[in-house]
Design a protein. Structure first.
Length: 610
């Protein structure tokens, strides 16, 4: 657990005790902190009566099988990792011996030694494996991939149906492991963005399957912590989550752009004082949005239905208007939705558009259109509201990088949000959450939760240098990084690469950066304002220009962070890093790629790209 270093001059501890306690806290999980807090409270209470409170014995461990179960996870933001850890706990409770590996830390050649493997893997962008799964993914498709006769496996795939290649990486692992000789003992499950219930059901099924195969001893109750005699109650952790969000009031909403800018970026501050929510720099804030009432009204009119019609929504009987406003995704047009809609429409034109040889035409049709466009283009006579909502997926949360440090602002959380507005096919369009935040947030309350990102974290060594690369709203987590390092009196050097269109109108958080630069916390800042000169200049160009210095920072242990657009920026920055390793490190292309891959394994090259 991350914490601010304990100072002996601000606590009753001496310097050595403060240092030892700080070091211990860094190694603890939130559950362990809670237990220790209760334990120490018990000792304190018992000391007043002269009694000694004995430590509670841990629950007896279940017997485990001798044949291990290996869980491999590949995750960009941490969801697959979280489910892998939940699976481990459940499997161990059932008496199985379990090993969990980040795919980045797993030796691909060890795959041939495995007998029982579960893969939990997400898909990044349009069908690509996440960063930490790239090496293993390439290995199983390469010439050195081994025969896997005797391997028993199952795959859990994470994805988003708004992308064409939904859960493609999971599908790749599933088909290729079978081609190499493995036996699929539980069918692959493909999870959409709202995956909690489906993941829980899959965990239950797969633990039973492997338990039966490996001779597990059955389900073990989760251990509970019993309070010691005389102990005060341990502080409660926040109970808020994606399934139970906290209703946060909007405190402030400031437009960061100057007059005349082509962009509209807002700084949003939300009240979390009563929430118990805790986060670390690099984490994201999940927001459960609601659809724009005007868009809901337009869709109901296109369906020729009444908003008062009662339908069975996610939480029981509600009006159609309520369901479409609060419960279902009604904007993004996806192939799975079109397929389900087509079964109701029974229209030759739509069936033809869904033919396998028309995938490109369907993609072109869906581009820039919403569900209301499909309803108008292919109306269904007699379609009821109840029929329609059964075609929809649950309204997924939106994630925004947190732009503030909990240590610096424990009672509020800050976001940097670009309002998405455009026009296509004769209709104005806008982003569901971004415009809700931009336009409808005055005195509003928003359902929020913390989405932890274990793969985008500051180094544990405060003396280590960092290089932050964040154009546009990608700069948000780096504001949190700097606030955190300021609070911790971190001695490490900090270098920011920032990019935007214009210096005068788009220099987000300029005052903060200049203050940190003046105070010496921000060691260096290189900015690229692409439209301020005839030739466009981007962050990757600044990286190339400073290549020798970047290489020197890498050589003395700097961690590189990249946040922002995955489609162009992240690729271009990666190429610039490869080039400077070649030019200033004397590496050929293969060696440079290997060097960056090793930096990823060492957590010294981290990306939060979308």
């Amino acid at each position: 657990m991350k914490s601010s270093p304990i100072q002996d001059h601000t606590s009753p501890l001496n310097a050595q005790q403060a240092q030892q306690l700080t070091a211990l806290i860094e190694t603890l999980t939130p559950m362990q902190v809670t237990w220790i807090s209760g334990y120490l409270s018990g000792i304190n209470a018992a000391s007043a009566t002269g009694e000694v409170a004995p430590p509670q014995a841990a629950p007896a461990a279940q017997a485990v099988t001798s044949e291990p179960l290996t869980i491999l996870y590949g995750s960009q933001t941490g969801n697959a990792e979280d489910i892998a850890e939940q699976l481990k706990e459940r499997a161990e409770a059932a008496g199985l011996s379990v090993n969990v590996y980040d795919m980045l830390d797993y030796k691909p050649k060890d795959l041939k030694k495995e007998q029982n493997v579960i893969v939990c893997v997400s898909t990044h962008g349009e069908g690509d494996p996440p960063d930490n799964a790239e090496e293993l993914h390439a290995f199983i498709f390469g010439k050195k991939a081994p025969k896997l006769d005797g391997l028993r496996f199952s795959v859990l795939a994470f994805g988003d149906t708004s992308y064409e290649h939904f859960c493609q990486t999971g599908k790749d692992f599933d088909t290729q492991l079978e081609k190499l000789g493995g036996e699929r003992v539980a069918d692959r499950v493909d999870l959409d963005v709202d995956f909690d219930d489906a993941a829980e059901a899959w965990i239950e099924d797969v633990v039973k399957v492997f338990g039966d195969t490996l001779g597990g001893t059955g389900e073990q109750p989760h251990p509970t912590v019993t309070a010691m005699p005389g102990a005060a109650a341990a502080p409660a952790q926040s109970t808020y989550s994606r399934k139970n969000p906290y209703s946060a009031e909007v405190l402030d909403n400031i437009v960061l752009n100057g007059r005349g800018s082509d962009k509209e970026v807002h700084h949003i501050e939300l009240d979390t004082e009563e929430s118990g929510l805790v986060w670390e720099p690099g984490d994201s804030l999940g927001i459960i949005p609601e659809n724009d009432p005007a868009v809901v009204e337009e869709l109901i009119a296109a369906l020729k239905l009444s908003g008062d019609e009662q339908v069975t929504g996610i939480d029981g009987e509600v009006s159609l208007e309520h369901a479409l406003t609060h419960q279902y995704e009604i904007t993004t047009l996806t192939r799975p939705f079109v397929e389900k809609y087509a079964t109701q429409a029974q229209t030759d034109a739509l069936d033809k558009l869904l033919a396998e040889d028309q995938r490109e035409a369907l993609t072109e049709y869906m581009d820039g259109r919403f569900i209301v466009d499909l309803v108008e283009d292919f109306p269904i006579s007699g379609l009821t509201g109840a029929d329609f909502v059964r075609l929809l997926r649950k309204l997924p949360p939106r994630l925004y990088s947190i732009a503030s440090s909990y240590a610096a602002n424990p009672d509020e959380v800050h976001l940097t949000v670009a309002a998405v507005r455009y026009e296509t096919h004769g209709r104005p369009r806008h982003g569901v959450a971004s415009v809700q935040l931009a336009d409808r947030s005055d005195d509003a309350k928003l359902p929020i939760y913390i989405d932890s990102n274990k793969n985008f974290k500051l180094p544990s060594d405060d003396a280590a240098p960092i290089i932050m690369i964040g154009p546009g709203t990608g700069v948000a987590p780096f504001r949190a990084f700097m606030e955190e390092r300021e609070e911790r009196d971190a001695a490490g050097d900090n270098w920011l690469f920032f990019g935007a269109q214009h210096f005068l109108t788009d220099f987000y958080y300029q005052t903060d950066w200049l203050r940190w630069r003046k105070d010496g916390l921000l060691t260096r800042m290189d900015a690229a304002f692409s439209r301020d000169q005839e030739e466009k200049v981007y962050v990757q160009d600044r990286i190339r220009a400073a290549g020798k210095d970047v290489y020197d920072w890498i050589e003395r242990g700097a961690t590189i962070y990249v946040c922002g657009d995955a489609n162009a920026m992240a690729h271009d920055v990666h190429e610039a890093l490869l080039e400077l390793l070649g030019e200033h490190g004397g590496m050929d292309a293969e060696a440079a790629a290997g060097h960056l891959k090793q930096m990823q394994k060492d957590k010294r090259y981290q990306r939060d790209v979308y």
